[in-house]
Design a binder for this molecule. Structure first.
Ligand SMILES: [Zn+2]
Length: 645
């Protein structure tokens, strides 16, 4: 009852046509996920009372003001006729809220510009809560089942990055893109921003010429007028808010296959098409393993280099960093990863951010199965060994309670859960199950997990029950195998001692060569690098001893031109090795790299390496020049690391 009182108190202090003074101090309790009994501690929304079912966006893209301005129209299902609609917002300027009843015609039509009998309705913004933003509480008149919120996003919205022309590959036009995971959608649209709430959506986006708007949705040609800067979209499949995505820029398209293609800036699109030429084949391989691809098209949008992640699995349209374009297709594991999310994450979603491993751990596992299927076991093994090394590095630095798969994130930013534990420990658990029960049992089990929960959101509790019913209580472990101690994996810190050992034959040879080179028994020109893949190079750089002489690094650089490598993975690893060992010839390249690339995986370790060498002033000086070009998410991480702001 207390929650109802709090909401009523909040609405009592507002007035119909304007923003009510935020009056309540009572926290608004969170919804509970009935499947797990765990609340989604990162959403104010109360879907068990009033649930958003469809969203229609009509937005103007204003580069001069760095805002999106317009309306979000939200259809709802009312399970409690007395309850208000509660939406998540962060830094949104709410101007007006109206309500209406959907008529028969509007029920099947796009919502974005729906003409209905709109009437103002009372609303109020609650107090700001750390990490979460503010609840927008809207009174629903009797019979109303749709609201229209007129609003503007903040120029510093955490889910948007507005790039100057100089920050793009072509340098001609500005660029905008969204990054909504984990809870940044609320900074550019009011919504029930919980991974447990799925809605379909449609949109009309007005963008200035000659730019094009793209969304993670199907284009709607019947309502689009590109020459007039009007772009319409529909997304019939229901998705959580964190998968709603928008990009606006000067981009061109290249076809890869019947249902696959790539979007990129004009100067990038040909290289991107070459790099991603295996994508159509990849989709077919995953379908053979885990069932049909359910999203129609699969396209990739290559973003400017400020993008803070490797990729974002926005459905139908993966957003990707340009740092994976290496010229030799060696870094397409990232595309395999984002494509795998079409099953794990997008089709079957973690119900709360504390269960992120159900999304990312499954995805890393599938990613390696795709690589094995396409390129053979050696390639997948090398990726797994590098991943295990990342995990061990992370475990050494993290608080033990954060190294469990099932996380408690109350009071914390859900991005805190985005660590190698969810990805690599999660994948390792699935690998352990695969080893114990064999692929003949485990592959159908996974396929049935996806088909049973398609377009739903799941908790770790549900996984435990499903696993028991469909695998562990049904089949005996293969001979010589012991059952997996699931509780240890899920709720204990670290990695269980009987976790599968990850080995890559090729790395044994690389390790030996690195050892001989470091101690001087092998010269630089006799290193057996002729057949090395980038993975072998990464391994070689990672296992070089901490105290290797700088002259040895200079020899490597002279021989292999590592400081001018076009492969950004190798370059970033090399720069880190060089900074940590005081090899200063890389300094100009290091600064240029940090000024132009915003991918967190690369820039965080490089700033940390500077700090580890006692070079705080250098780190802060470079950051001062580079910060404005980084995405808010990257800025947030680096502010904390460097003690800025
Ligand atoms: Zn992922």
């Amino acid at each position: 009852m207390r929650r109802l009182l709090a909401i009523v108190a909040l609405l009592g202090a507002c007035h119909p046509a304007g923003p009510g003074a935020p009056p309540v101090t009572d926290p608004i309790p969170r919804p509970e996920d009935p499947a797990s009994g765990r609340p989604d501690v990162h959403s104010f929304s109360r879907p068990q009372e009033v649930r958003a079912t469809r969203i229609g966006l009509a937005l103007d893209v204003r580069f001069d003001e760095r805002t999106l301005a317009g309306t979000a129209t939200i259809a709802v299902a009312r399970h409690d006729e007395q309850a208000p609609l509660v939406l998540d917002t962060r830094d949104l300027a709410i101007q007006e809220v109206e309500a209406a009843a959907l008529d028969a015609r509007a029920r099947d039509a796009p919502l974005a510009e729906a003409e209905l009998a709109w009437r103002s309705t009372p609303w109020a913004l609650g107090p700001v809560e750390p990490h979460l933003g503010r609840p927008l509480v809207i009174r629903l008149p009797p019979g109303a089942d749709v609201v229209r919120v007129r609003y503007r996003s903040d120029p510093n919205a955490s889910g948007l990055q507005w790039l100057e022309p100089g920050q793009t590959a072509d340098g001609q036009e500005p660029f905008l893109y969204s990054q909504s995971q984990a809870i940044h959608a609320r900074s550019w649209l009011p919504c029930q921003d919980s991974p447990g709430v799925r809605t379909s959506h449609d949109a009309v986006i007005h963008a200035p010429a000659p730019l094009r708007a793209l969304m993670a949705a199907d284009p709607d040609p019947s309502r689009t007028n590109a020459a007039a800067g009007r772009f319409a979209f529909t997304m019939a499949e229901p998705v959580p808010a964190y998968l709603i995505a928008l990009a606006v820029g000067r981009v061109e398209f290249a076809e890869l296959g019947p249902r696959t293609g790539v979007w990129a800036e004009p100067s990038v699109v040909a290289n991107a098409a070459y790099e991603f030429s295996d994508v159509e084949r990849m989709v077919r391989h995953v379908e053979q393993l885990y069932g049909p691809y359910r999203w129609g098209r699969y396209d990739v949008l290559v973003l400017p280099p400020a993008f803070p992640f490797g990729g974002m699995e926005n459905p139908k349209l993966t957003f990707a960093t340009p740092t994976i374009i290496a010229g030799d297709r060696s870094l397409v594991a990232l595309i395999a990863h984002e494509l795998a999310h079409s099953w794990s994450g997008n089709l079957v979603t973690n119900a709360t951010w504390g269960d992120l491993w159900l999304n990312e751990g499954f995805t890393v596992y599938i990613e390696r199965r795709i690589l094995e299927s396409l390129y053979g076991r050696d390639r997948a093994d090398m990726e797994a060994v590098l991943g295990r090394q990342d995990l061990d590095d992370a475990l050494a630095e993290m608080a033990p309670e954060d190294t469990r798969l099932r996380l408690e994130l109350a009071g914390r930013d859900p991005d805190d859960g985005l660590s190698d534990v969810a990805y690599e420990k999660g994948a390792l658990l699935l690998t352990a199950l695969e080893h114990v029960y064999g692929r003949e049992r485990f592959d159908p089990f996974l396929q049935s997990w996806f088909s049973t929960h398609a377009f739903g959101s799941v908790s770790t509790v549900q996984f435990e029950a499903f696993l028991k019913e469909h695998l562990t209580s049904r089949f005996e472990p293969l001979s010589g195998q012991q059952p997996v101690d699931l509780a240890a994996w899920l709720d204990q810190p670290g990695v269980p001692a009987d976790a599968p050992k990850t080995r890559a034959v090729a790395f044994g040879r690389v390790d030996a060569a690195a050892g001989r080179f470091a101690d001087g028994t092998e010269r630089v020109h006799s290193l057996p690098t002729a057949t090395w893949t980038p993975h072998e190079w990464l391994r070689f750089l990672r296992v070089l001893p901490k105290d290797i002489a700088r002259e040895r690094l200079a020899e490597l650089d002279d021989q292999f031109h590592l400081t001018s490598s076009d492969n950004q993975e190798i370059l970033a690893q090399w720069l880190e090795v060089a900074v940590l060992r005081g090899y200063t010839a890389v300094e100009p390249r290091l600064e240029k790299f940090l000024r132009t690339v915003g991918r967190r995986k690369f820039v965080l370790p490089l700033y940390r390496a500077l700090l580890a060498r006692g070079r705080r002033e250098d780190a802060r000086r470079i950051y001062a020049i580079s910060r404005a070009g980084y995405h808010p998410i990257t800025q947030h991480s680096l502010d904390a690391i460097l003690g800025v702001g």
